[in-house]
Design a protein around this ligand. Structure first.
Ligand code: NAP
Length: 228
Protein backbone atom coordinates (compact mmCIF):
# COMPACT_ATOMS: atom_id res chain seq x y z
CA UNK A 1 0.00 0.00 0.00
CA UNK A 2 1.52 3.38 -1.03
CA UNK A 3 1.64 6.34 1.36
CA UNK A 4 -1.14 8.05 -0.60
CA UNK A 5 -3.60 5.41 0.58
CA UNK A 6 -2.80 6.15 4.22
CA UNK A 7 -2.38 9.93 4.55
CA UNK A 8 -5.32 12.25 5.15
CA UNK A 9 -4.76 15.70 3.71
CA UNK A 10 -6.78 18.71 4.92
CA UNK A 11 -7.22 21.95 3.02
CA UNK A 12 -8.11 24.99 5.15
CA UNK A 13 -9.92 27.41 2.85
CA UNK A 14 -10.24 24.48 0.45
CA UNK A 15 -13.40 25.92 -1.13
CA UNK A 16 -11.34 28.60 -2.88
CA UNK A 17 -9.55 28.55 -6.21
CA UNK A 18 -6.14 27.24 -5.12
CA UNK A 19 -7.46 24.88 -2.41
CA UNK A 20 -10.04 23.32 -4.72
CA UNK A 21 -7.47 22.82 -7.46
CA UNK A 22 -5.09 21.14 -5.03
CA UNK A 23 -7.95 19.00 -3.68
CA UNK A 24 -8.62 17.72 -7.21
CA UNK A 25 -5.01 16.84 -7.96
CA UNK A 26 -4.44 15.27 -4.52
CA UNK A 27 -7.62 13.18 -4.78
CA UNK A 28 -6.51 12.05 -8.25
CA UNK A 29 -3.18 10.99 -6.70
CA UNK A 30 -5.13 8.70 -4.35
CA UNK A 31 -5.05 10.68 -1.09
CA UNK A 32 -8.01 11.01 1.26
CA UNK A 33 -8.74 14.75 1.06
CA UNK A 34 -10.80 16.92 3.40
CA UNK A 35 -11.98 20.27 2.05
CA UNK A 36 -12.21 22.89 4.82
CA UNK A 37 -14.29 26.04 5.09
CA UNK A 38 -15.55 28.44 7.74
CA UNK A 39 -18.92 26.82 7.04
CA UNK A 40 -19.28 23.03 7.10
CA UNK A 41 -22.18 23.06 4.59
CA UNK A 42 -20.11 25.00 2.07
CA UNK A 43 -17.22 22.55 2.49
CA UNK A 44 -19.48 19.51 2.04
CA UNK A 45 -21.04 20.97 -1.13
CA UNK A 46 -17.65 21.87 -2.63
CA UNK A 47 -16.19 18.45 -1.79
CA UNK A 48 -19.13 16.73 -3.53
CA UNK A 49 -18.64 18.90 -6.61
CA UNK A 50 -14.89 18.15 -6.76
CA UNK A 51 -15.50 14.42 -6.19
CA UNK A 52 -17.83 14.44 -9.21
CA UNK A 53 -15.10 16.09 -11.32
CA UNK A 54 -12.52 13.42 -10.39
CA UNK A 55 -15.01 10.60 -10.96
CA UNK A 56 -15.87 12.04 -14.37
CA UNK A 57 -12.19 11.40 -15.27
CA UNK A 58 -12.76 7.71 -14.48
CA UNK A 59 -11.01 7.73 -11.07
CA UNK A 60 -12.34 6.98 -7.59
CA UNK A 61 -12.03 9.92 -5.17
CA UNK A 62 -11.95 10.13 -1.38
CA UNK A 63 -13.12 13.72 -0.92
CA UNK A 64 -15.12 15.01 2.04
CA UNK A 65 -15.86 18.44 3.52
CA UNK A 66 -15.91 19.89 7.02
CA UNK A 67 -15.40 23.10 9.00
CA UNK A 68 -11.75 24.27 9.06
CA UNK A 69 -10.87 23.44 12.68
CA UNK A 70 -12.39 19.95 12.34
CA UNK A 71 -10.30 19.42 9.23
CA UNK A 72 -7.14 20.55 11.06
CA UNK A 73 -7.87 18.14 13.92
CA UNK A 74 -8.29 15.12 11.66
CA UNK A 75 -5.62 15.56 8.95
CA UNK A 76 -1.98 14.50 8.81
CA UNK A 77 -0.88 17.37 6.57
CA UNK A 78 -2.89 20.60 6.85
CA UNK A 79 -2.71 22.95 3.86
CA UNK A 80 -3.26 26.66 4.41
CA UNK A 81 -5.15 28.08 1.41
CA UNK A 82 -6.84 31.29 2.58
CA UNK A 83 -5.90 34.79 1.45
CA UNK A 84 -2.81 35.73 3.48
CA UNK A 85 -4.47 38.46 5.63
CA UNK A 86 -6.77 35.81 7.20
CA UNK A 87 -4.21 33.05 7.66
CA UNK A 88 -2.83 33.98 11.10
CA UNK A 89 -6.31 34.22 12.67
CA UNK A 90 -7.23 30.85 11.17
CA UNK A 91 -4.09 29.23 12.59
CA UNK A 92 -4.96 30.72 15.99
CA UNK A 93 -8.48 29.24 15.77
CA UNK A 94 -6.89 25.85 15.00
CA UNK A 95 -4.58 25.94 18.05
CA UNK A 96 -6.57 23.31 20.04
CA UNK A 97 -6.66 21.07 16.98
CA UNK A 98 -2.93 20.45 16.49
CA UNK A 99 -1.64 16.94 17.14
CA UNK A 100 1.88 15.65 17.72
CA UNK A 101 2.28 14.69 14.03
CA UNK A 102 0.54 17.74 12.50
CA UNK A 103 2.39 19.52 9.69
CA UNK A 104 1.16 22.79 8.16
CA UNK A 105 1.75 23.22 4.42
CA UNK A 106 1.70 26.94 3.70
CA UNK A 107 0.48 27.82 0.20
CA UNK A 108 -0.30 31.49 0.93
CA UNK A 109 1.39 34.41 -0.81
CA UNK A 110 1.31 37.82 0.95
CA UNK A 111 0.27 39.93 -2.03
CA UNK A 112 -2.19 42.75 -2.36
CA UNK A 113 -3.71 44.27 -5.48
CA UNK A 114 -4.90 47.52 -3.90
CA UNK A 115 -3.02 49.80 -6.31
CA UNK A 116 -4.08 47.69 -9.30
CA UNK A 117 -0.55 46.23 -9.34
CA UNK A 118 0.79 43.03 -7.79
CA UNK A 119 2.44 44.14 -4.54
CA UNK A 120 4.31 41.71 -2.31
CA UNK A 121 4.09 42.45 1.42
CA UNK A 122 6.75 41.74 4.00
CA UNK A 123 4.91 41.10 7.29
CA UNK A 124 7.22 41.99 10.23
CA UNK A 125 10.08 42.14 7.72
CA UNK A 126 9.85 38.40 7.02
CA UNK A 127 8.40 36.08 4.40
CA UNK A 128 4.72 35.26 4.84
CA UNK A 129 5.66 31.70 5.78
CA UNK A 130 8.13 32.77 8.50
CA UNK A 131 5.53 35.19 9.88
CA UNK A 132 2.94 32.38 10.07
CA UNK A 133 5.40 29.79 11.43
CA UNK A 134 6.02 32.05 14.44
CA UNK A 135 2.29 31.87 15.21
CA UNK A 136 2.28 28.07 15.55
CA UNK A 137 3.25 26.03 18.61
CA UNK A 138 6.93 25.00 18.35
CA UNK A 139 5.86 21.37 17.99
CA UNK A 140 3.99 22.08 14.73
CA UNK A 141 6.33 22.54 11.73
CA UNK A 142 5.36 24.76 8.83
CA UNK A 143 6.58 23.86 5.34
CA UNK A 144 6.13 26.23 2.38
CA UNK A 145 5.02 24.56 -0.87
CA UNK A 146 2.84 24.98 -3.97
CA UNK A 147 3.15 28.80 -3.82
CA UNK A 148 4.08 28.94 -7.51
CA UNK A 149 1.45 26.49 -8.82
CA UNK A 150 -1.43 28.37 -10.51
CA UNK A 151 -4.99 27.56 -9.44
CA UNK A 152 -6.25 27.84 -12.99
CA UNK A 153 -4.00 24.99 -14.11
CA UNK A 154 -4.73 22.80 -11.06
CA UNK A 155 -8.45 23.01 -11.84
CA UNK A 156 -8.09 21.95 -15.47
CA UNK A 157 -7.78 18.20 -15.12
CA UNK A 158 -7.21 17.80 -18.86
CA UNK A 159 -3.96 19.80 -18.66
CA UNK A 160 -0.66 18.42 -17.41
CA UNK A 161 0.90 20.51 -14.65
CA UNK A 162 4.29 20.06 -16.27
CA UNK A 163 6.33 22.17 -13.83
CA UNK A 164 8.38 22.08 -10.62
CA UNK A 165 6.97 22.44 -7.14
CA UNK A 166 9.34 24.16 -4.71
CA UNK A 167 9.33 23.05 -1.08
CA UNK A 168 11.18 24.78 1.76
CA UNK A 169 11.23 24.43 5.52
CA UNK A 170 13.41 24.04 8.59
CA UNK A 171 11.98 20.77 9.96
CA UNK A 172 13.69 18.11 7.88
CA UNK A 173 11.38 15.16 8.59
CA UNK A 174 8.27 17.24 7.90
CA UNK A 175 9.81 18.62 4.71
CA UNK A 176 10.54 15.12 3.44
CA UNK A 177 6.93 14.07 4.17
CA UNK A 178 5.64 17.04 2.17
CA UNK A 179 8.07 16.38 -0.69
CA UNK A 180 7.01 12.72 -0.87
CA UNK A 181 3.35 13.71 -0.87
CA UNK A 182 3.92 16.31 -3.62
CA UNK A 183 5.85 13.82 -5.76
CA UNK A 184 2.68 11.68 -5.99
CA UNK A 185 0.96 14.40 -8.04
CA UNK A 186 1.11 13.65 -11.74
CA UNK A 187 3.15 16.16 -13.75
CA UNK A 188 4.99 17.80 -10.83
CA UNK A 189 8.70 17.47 -10.12
CA UNK A 190 9.68 18.28 -6.54
CA UNK A 191 12.56 20.65 -5.84
CA UNK A 192 14.02 21.02 -2.33
CA UNK A 193 14.34 24.82 -2.11
CA UNK A 194 16.14 24.77 1.26
CA UNK A 195 15.28 26.32 4.64
CA UNK A 196 12.13 28.31 5.41
CA UNK A 197 13.86 31.65 4.78
CA UNK A 198 13.71 30.74 1.06
CA UNK A 199 9.92 31.12 1.24
CA UNK A 200 10.57 34.79 0.45
CA UNK A 201 12.08 33.75 -2.90
CA UNK A 202 9.08 31.53 -3.65
CA UNK A 203 6.71 34.39 -2.80
CA UNK A 204 8.64 36.67 -5.19
CA UNK A 205 8.40 33.96 -7.88
CA UNK A 206 4.65 33.69 -7.34
CA UNK A 207 4.27 37.46 -7.66
CA UNK A 208 6.38 37.37 -10.82
CA UNK A 209 4.15 34.64 -12.29
CA UNK A 210 1.09 36.85 -11.64
CA UNK A 211 2.78 39.73 -13.45
CA UNK A 212 3.75 37.48 -16.37
CA UNK A 213 0.16 36.24 -16.63
CA UNK A 214 -0.99 39.84 -16.97
CA UNK A 215 1.74 40.92 -19.40
CA UNK A 216 1.40 37.95 -21.73
CA UNK A 217 -2.38 37.55 -21.26
CA UNK A 218 -2.02 33.95 -20.08
CA UNK A 219 -3.36 32.15 -16.99
CA UNK A 220 -0.80 29.63 -15.87
CA UNK A 221 2.76 31.00 -15.86
CA UNK A 222 4.89 28.62 -13.80
CA UNK A 223 8.48 27.50 -13.31
CA UNK A 224 10.84 24.66 -14.16
CA UNK A 225 14.51 24.58 -13.23
CA UNK A 226 16.80 23.32 -15.97
CA UNK A 227 19.96 21.40 -15.19
CA UNK A 228 18.68 19.63 -12.06
N1 NAP B 1 -4.97 31.52 -7.00
C1 NAP B 1 -3.75 31.08 -7.30
O1 NAP B 1 -3.41 30.83 -8.47
C2 NAP B 1 -2.74 30.87 -6.19
C3 NAP B 1 -1.49 30.27 -6.48
C4 NAP B 1 -0.58 30.05 -5.45
C5 NAP B 1 -0.91 30.44 -4.16
N2 NAP B 1 -2.11 31.04 -3.90
C6 NAP B 1 -2.43 31.44 -2.53
O2 NAP B 1 -3.45 30.57 -2.05
C7 NAP B 1 -4.30 31.29 -1.15
C8 NAP B 1 -5.74 31.17 -1.62
O3 NAP B 1 -5.87 31.77 -2.88
P1 NAP B 1 -7.26 31.64 -3.70
O4 NAP B 1 -7.01 32.25 -5.00
O5 NAP B 1 -7.73 30.23 -3.61
O6 NAP B 1 -8.20 32.56 -2.80
P2 NAP B 1 -9.80 32.62 -2.69
O7 NAP B 1 -10.41 31.71 -3.69
O8 NAP B 1 -10.18 34.05 -2.69
O9 NAP B 1 -10.05 32.15 -1.17
C9 NAP B 1 -9.80 30.90 -0.64
C10 NAP B 1 -10.72 30.62 0.53
O10 NAP B 1 -10.37 31.38 1.69
C11 NAP B 1 -11.48 31.38 2.57
N3 NAP B 1 -11.57 32.67 3.25
C12 NAP B 1 -11.89 33.87 2.70
N4 NAP B 1 -11.90 34.82 3.67
C13 NAP B 1 -11.60 34.18 4.83
C14 NAP B 1 -11.47 34.62 6.18
N5 NAP B 1 -11.69 35.90 6.54
N6 NAP B 1 -11.15 33.71 7.12
C15 NAP B 1 -10.94 32.40 6.80
N7 NAP B 1 -11.07 31.94 5.54
C16 NAP B 1 -11.38 32.83 4.58
C17 NAP B 1 -12.74 31.13 1.72
O11 NAP B 1 -13.34 29.91 2.17
P3 NAP B 1 -14.75 29.85 2.97
O12 NAP B 1 -15.54 31.07 2.60
O13 NAP B 1 -15.36 28.59 2.46
O14 NAP B 1 -14.36 29.78 4.41
C18 NAP B 1 -12.19 30.98 0.31
O15 NAP B 1 -12.85 29.98 -0.43
C19 NAP B 1 -3.81 32.74 -1.15
O16 NAP B 1 -3.00 32.98 -0.02
C20 NAP B 1 -3.01 32.85 -2.43
O17 NAP B 1 -1.97 33.82 -2.35
C21 NAP B 1 -3.04 31.24 -4.88
Amino acid sequence: MGESSQLTLGLLGGTGKEGSGLALRLALAGFAVQVGSRTADRAVARAAELKGMVEAMGHAARLTGNENTQVAASSDLVFLNTPFPHAAALLEACRPAWRLESVVVDVTVPVNFETGKVQLEQPDGASGSEFLARRLPQSVPLIAAFKTIPAHLLADLHSRLDCDVFVCGDAQTAKVRVMEMASSIEGLRVIDAGPLREARTLEHMSALAMQLNRRYKIKAARFRVVGV
